[in-house]
Design a protein around this ligand. Structure first.
Ligand code: ARG
Length: 471
């Protein structure tokens, strides 16, 4: 294959220049091609190419005519891709070579000049950073929407009493609003993690070329500004090779899915007949093919199940990275599918859960209150009452334990025991004790920052709303 053949430009784009003496094996072509999935980077790739070409022209490496031709060609390609007319081909390996090959076919020599001072190594690192940055912005907006839905529900139930659990045993009464606000607290930290990770994602690798930089007098700051990056990746070897920014994104996503999975697990429990705390709207459930009575909480179950995919994606990314010597290695091509899978899992999960919380869930406050009334949830309140009457906490704990044992044998709640029965466990008990044994008295008494009292829940909601910058 001689260098002066008229299609030698396309052969180079095919990654099969005059350097090679035989065509690539068919299975190897399939094995190494990434275009089937990395075509999702096309938008980012075109934006990166435009910024690169404009910079080359600004420093006088590319003529203004060539730049105009390249801009026209890339705009045409963008249109073809949008209209699904673009002919993606595994013959050209990846998204970058497919677009470059098409550009050369459309505009000729100017297209062959675009890759000056650039490598696919800094090109793909730029593309994936642009993609992850956009994904972070989407995720952050979806987390905020889910939080708004949670805050609305929490406000409606700031005073709704439910049992709080430890070890999944009834522990102490809490308010449903307080319980929901626990998830808001988790999600607010998740959102912070994405914002924090965005700062490290948003740095420009382009200009690092294959690994060592380029001899052309490039203006990287100009490219960074045009693409909205906050700064440059400082070291060219690091810039083309590390994917820690994608791993951080995956870790933030994994933590978010873990929190959503915990919430989903509670929805599964709460909607089961044993609890009966909530009913999920039919649009979030399916039936059984054999048991006509069944209504299954598929959505929460899948949220729980899909968290595993995202954890797997995180581990895949870590593993892809861990054995790589500097600088770029083809291993990094394997970073894309986990990243895409995370986006394709996390975004719909957030959207569906926000819809469910906003209008797909009916709360059975009476069932919640009834459940809080079983299991001696106010026993700690009785102990605290005795402490206030001068009994040492450990002695109070023992006295109440015996009272609970007695109540259990008589199948009564503490509040149902007559005063003289209670006084057998401590003579300090007076008839004011019934005030602390009620559920509402119990939750209202926990009236400090972070406590479950309705007043505190409302103030936590106000603070969260202010931080979210809405209503
Ligand atoms: N498709 C490749 C990737 O995703 C692009 C970079 C290829 N670079 C190379 N030297 N083969 O990483």
């Amino acid at each position: 294959m001689s260098a002066d053949r008229s299609d030698s430009g396309n052969d180079a784009v095919r990654g099969r220049s005059g350097r090679f003496s035989e065509p690539v094996a068919e299975l190897v072509k399939q094995y190494t091609a990434s275009v089937d999935f990395d075509k999702r980077l096309a938008d980012a790739d075109i934006a990166g190419s435009l910024a690169h070409a404009r910079m080359l022209s600004a420093i006088g490496v590319l003529s203004t005519e060539d730049l105009a031709t390249i801009e026209r060609g890339l705009a045409a390609i963008r249109g073809e891709i949008e209209r699904s007319e673009f002919a993606w081909s595994r013959d050209f390996e990846d998204v970058h070579l497919n677009i470059e090959k098409r550009l050369i076919a459309l505009i000729g020599d100017a297209g062959k000049r675009l890759h000056t001072g650039r490598s696919r190594n800094d090109q793909v690192a730029t593309d994936i950073r642009l993609y992850v940055r956009a994904a972070i912005d989407d995720v952050a907006a979806r987390i905020a929407a889910l939080r708004r839905a949670l805050l609305d529900l929490a406000e409606a139930h700031a005073g709704t009493v439910m049992p709080g659990f430890t070890h999944l045993q009834v522990a102490q009464p809490v308010t449903f609003g307080h319980h929901l606000m626990a998830y808001d607290a988790m999600l607010s930290r998740d959102a912070e993690r994405f914002v924090d990770c965005r700062a490290r994602v948003n740095r420009l690798p382009l200009g690092s070329a294959a690994l060592a930089g380029t001899g052309f007098p490039i203006d990287r700051d100009r490219v960074a500004r045009e693409l909205g990056f906050d700064g440059l990746c400082e070291n060219s070897l690091d810039a083309v090779s590390d994917r820690d920014f994608a791993i951080e994104f995956a870790a933030a996503a994994a933590l978010t899915m873990m929190h959503l999975s915990r919430f989903a697990e509670e929805l599964v429990l709460w909607s089961s007949p044993g609890f009966g705390f909530v009913r999920l709207a039919d649009r979030f459930c399916t039936g059984s093919s054999i048991m006509p009575q069944k209504k299954n909480p598929d959505v929460p179950e899948l949220v729980r199940g899909k968290s595993g995919r995202v954890f797997g994606d995180l581990v895949a990314l870590l593993t892809i990275m861990k054995g790589q010597p500097l600088a770029y290695n083809k291993d990094n091509q394997e970073d894309k599918e986990p990243v895409f899978d995370i986006v394709d899992t996390l975004l719909p999960t957030l959207i569906i859960l926000a819809d469910l919380v906003a209008g797909g869930i009916e709360i059975d406050a009476a069932r919640m209150r009834a459940a809080a009334g079983t299991g001696y949830a106010t026993a700690t309140d009785l102990a605290d009452y005795l402490v206030r009457k001068g009994v040492a906490f450990r002695d109070a704990h023992e006295a109440v334990a015996q009272a609970v044992r007695h109540a259990e044998t008589s199948q009564l709640d503490l509040a149902q025991l007559p005063l003289d029965a209670l006084q057998r466990f401590s003579p300090r008990i007076g008839d004011d004790v019934y005030g602390v044994l009620t559920l509402d008295g119990s939750v209202a008494s926990r009236n400090h920052a972070g406590g479950t009292a309705p007043e505190q829940v409302r103030s936590a909601i106000r603070a969260a709303r202010a931080a979210l910058g809405g209503r």
